[in-house]
Write a protein that binds this ligand. Structure first.
Ligand SMILES: Nc1ncnc2c1ncn2[C@@H]1O[C@H](COP(=O)(O)OP(=O)(O)O)[C@@H](O)[C@H]1O
Ligand code: SF4
Ligand SMILES: [Mg+2]
Length: 326
């Protein structure tokens, strides 16, 4: 469980917009370990999707990577030739996004879409790919797969489409899956089934999963490790138990306080009073300053660097005045 599979270091991404720049992530770093579910958690707009899309260079053209490195198998994915990246994308690192219906082609049958995805990476005949696609559909818990294969996306429920997306993402047994809010568009019962599916993948195949979510209930349910994001910064990282038992950053405390019960998967983080800062300039001070009950003068200086674990802290936190447990 301790080998690092994917490591993001010092990643800064800025978007160009008509209204001016948006500093979406600022020098963020995190590590995904083998066979682990790492949850990247934070309010909407905190930079989670930007971080996720950066890994496979899926950012839109208005995005500019100002600094950073994404290490995978001793290579920096941000510096790789397009041709080499294509051998990794979809095959060794795959993605699942929030809206499964948008991710599928509306005019191609499900079976053909799965088969096409297999054929784009493996030397299979059409017939072999079709047969294999039925197994892919079975592997994600779909029943009556012959009928599903002949269906078009609009003929299936959102949950079924998300299972198909998971099937496509996992068919080639990737080492890493990046799942960006994979259950947010689904109702609560289906959410639980999809999370269970991801959990099973990790257990059965040892897949490492970067799970992006705004929901701490989801984190408590499936994550091994957590990186908390706020306004483009990673402000605390640790195991899920460290985060739930001894949170250190005032923001993490506030997040946890919005959860009446940890298994309450429906609560969002937006219940914290105040608003995140404007991202039109790089942060000149701690990004949480306007909402923080523990603010001190030093917090008005530069953003706090991540404090390494030490005498008090069991895990890294970026704060000048963390909340120590007594
Ligand atoms: N294509 C884009 N153009 C301009 N700004 C963007 C774009 N995508 C995201 N942003 C901005 O970048 C910040 C981070 O967004 P995002 O990574 O989507 O956060 P999250 O996934 O946590 O909701 C937000 O302020 C968002 O408005
Ligand atoms: S650095 Fe200061 S303002 Fe920022 S979270 Fe810590 S105590 Fe609060
Ligand atoms: Mg997002």
């Amino acid at each position: 469980m301790s080998d690092t599979v994917l490591s993001v270091r010092d990643l800064s991404v800025r978007y160009r917009t008509r209204e001016g720049p948006v500093y979406a992530t600022e020098r963020i770093s995190f590590e995904l370990k083998a066979g682990e579910v790492l949850a990247l958690v934070g309010e909407s707009g905190s930079g989670k999707s930007t971080a996720a899309m950066s890994v496979l260079r899926l950012l839109p053209p208005e995005a500019e990577v100002l600094s950073g490195q994404v290490d995978f198998d001793s290579q920096d994915l941000l510096a790789l030739e397009d041709h080499d990246l294509r051998t990794i994308r979809g095959r060794r690192i795959s993605t699942i996004f929030q809206d499964p219906i948008a991710g599928l082609n509306p005019v191609i049958s499900i079976g053909d879409q799965v088969a096409e995805s297999l054929m784009s990476h493996l030397p299979l005949s059409k017939k072999e790919a079709r047969n294999r696609s039925l197994n892919v559909l079975r592997s994600v818990g779909l029943s009556d797969v012959e009928r599903v294969a002949k269906s078009y996306p609009f003929q299936l429920s959102g949950g079924m489409c998300q299972r198909v997306m998971i099937g496509i993402a996992t068919a080639l047994d990737p080492e890493v899956i990046i799942a960006d809010e994979p259950t947010s568009a689904l109702d609560v019962t289906v959410q639980a089934q999809i999370l269970h599916q991801l959990e099973q993948l990790r257990r059965d195949r040892g897949t490492s999963i970067l799970l992006i979510t705004h929901n701490f209930g989801v984190v408590a349910q499936v994550a091994d490790a957590v990186a908390v994001m706020y306004a483009g910064h990673i402000i605390e990282t640790g195991t899920v138990d460290e985060m739930l038992d001894t949170p250190l950053h005032p923001y993490t405390h506030a997040l946890l306080a919005t959860l009446p019960r940890l298994d309450n998967a429906g609560r969002s983080l937006a219940a914290i009073p105040g608003a995140p800062p404007d991202l039109s300039e790089p942060a000149a001070h701690c990004p949480f300053i306007a909402r923080c009950p523990k603010v001190m003068n030093v917090c008005r200086n530069e953003p706090p660097p991540p404090l390494a674990p030490g005498a008090h802290a069991t895990h890294p936190v970026a704060c000048y005045n963390p909340i120590w447990q007594s």
